[in-house]
Design a protein around this ligand. Structure first.
Ligand code: UD1
Ligand code: BG6
Length: 371
């Protein structure tokens, strides 16, 4: 079943051009003489009005699924104008946080069976919210018990560390944002640009996968480190959290995803010549802020690995003293799909080099069905 691959995680990372194609199949409308470009999500079409009118959208999930929702949040806020809040399922349950009839609660789960996410679903149903599922597993508890939803159709994911499900979840939530925002003429050109970006995304993913050898070399350099920080912001705050989660869960290396805007409120104290730091600085509306973060880390002799858009190495590292990972540029809201891939590859190679179990990391389970 692994074909020519040694591990499921490796296979699942490399099959993302195909899994994303399946996720989008039949759901993107190309546009033409009589119809505009758009998105068709069969499971949501009767509920879009309710979502548009809701007072708030709440994304609820655990682990990688939470991070995928965090990556999609800015685009949904932009296109819907509805406030979007984020909840880790366990924390929502611990607090018994307020949920109302006027809310739309979106449950994101690869397996559709995670105990905390399911309990949060029961809680939201009891409170009268519209409950939407985004899951990879047809017939799962979350798919059955939500009012409506979208299957991400990424294909079976076996590696405990989620990879292809993450990128498909982001793409589904970007499509959801387009569908919800479909009634606004003012954002039509933005929606169309993102739809074009979605059509081209599998090609861009194929391109970024060519960094495999480069990421293996980087892994060789980092394999004996104790710790790795990942700085991101905006669309790529989620990339920082998810990249760090991959490194810690499979390579068993301490890693922390940090919101770059919080750098001066603590993390800066950790910076020295030895601690490796990945900074995500691909081109978007936060670019100049990330340039200044890089300068400040550089001034403190930080050991930097900067991820930037192709052709922009000299803009992020004028001194030439940091290591640079150049990735293809796509629409800003889709960039997290591209940017996570080098970090998935890095986590994979670190794990192999450190001699740990790639597909069954110590102490972890693919689906956490008990609290
Ligand atoms: C559906 C069919 C697909 C077919 C397509 C043709 C299924 C599972 N999908 O896909 O095989 O090719 O029509 O038009 O039969 N749902 C939830 N919660 C969730 C996920 C989904 O309630 O977490 C519901 C949806 O609201 C929908 C149904 O499950 O009623 C199927 O969802 P989805 O597979 O995403 O719908 P389509 O893409 O239309
Ligand atoms: C487990 C998995 O912790 O559950 C993670 O090991 C996953 O990979 C998390 O992100 C949430 O799972 P699900 O199925 O609800 O997306």
């Amino acid at each position: 079943k692994k074909g020519s691959y040694e591990h499921f995680m490796q296979k699942e990372i490399h099959e993302q051009p195909e899994s994303l194609t399946t996720t989008m199949r039949g759901r993107l409308i190309r546009g033409g003489s009589c119809n505009a470009k758009g998105v068709l999500l069969g499971g949501l079409k009767d509920h879009l009005k309710t979502i548009r009118r809701s007072r708030r959208v709440i994304f609820i999930g655990c682990g990688t699924s939470y991070n995928a929702a965090l990556a999609a949040r800015p685009f949904l806020e932009e296109l819907s104008g509805v406030p979007v809040s984020m909840e880790l399922a366990s924390d929502l349950l611990d607090r018994q946080g307020p949920i109302y009839r006027e809310d739309t609660a979106v449950f994101v789960s690869q397996s559709g069976e995670t105990a905390d996410t399911l309990l949060a679903l029961e809680y939201a149903l009891k409170n009268g919210a519209l409950c939407v599922g985004i899951t990879n597993t047809v017939g799962s508890a979350i798919a059955r018990n939500t009012h409506c939803g979208v299957h991400i159709n990424a294909g079976c994911e076996i590696g405990v560390a989620s990879t292809k499900a993450y990128t498909s979840q982001i793409v589904v939530m970007a499509m959801l944002a387009i569908a919800v925002g479909d009634d606004a003429i003012s954002s039509q050109s933005r929606r169309e640009a993102v739809i074009d970006g979605l059509f081209d995304l599998p090609n861009k993913v194929r391109e970024v996968l060519k960094l495999d050898d480069e990421m293996k070399d980087l892994a060789k350099l980092l394999m004996d480190e104790q710790s790795l920080l990942v700085f991101g912001r905006g669309y790529n705050y989620a990339t920082a959290l998810e990249g760090a989660l991959k490194v810690k869960e499979v390579a068993l290396m301490h890693s922390e995803g940090i919101l770059a805007g919080e750098m001066k409120h603590g993390p800066l104290a950790l910076v020295d010549e030895t601690l490796p730091i990945v900074v995500i600085a691909t081109h978007d509306n936060c670019f100049s802020k990330q340039q200044s973060v890089i300068q400040q880390l550089h001034a403190r002799k930080g050991r930097l690995i900067v991820m930037c858009s192709k052709g922009e190495a000299s803009l992020v590292c004028p001194s030439g003293s940091c290591r640079v990972i150049e990735v293809p540029q796509v629409e800003d809201c889709l960039q997290p799909v591209i940017n996570i891939i080098p970090l998935q590859l890095l986590a994979y190679h670190l794990t192999v080099l450190r001699g740990y179990d790639v597909d069954q990391p110590r102490n972890l389970a693919k689906s956490v069905t008990t609290q």
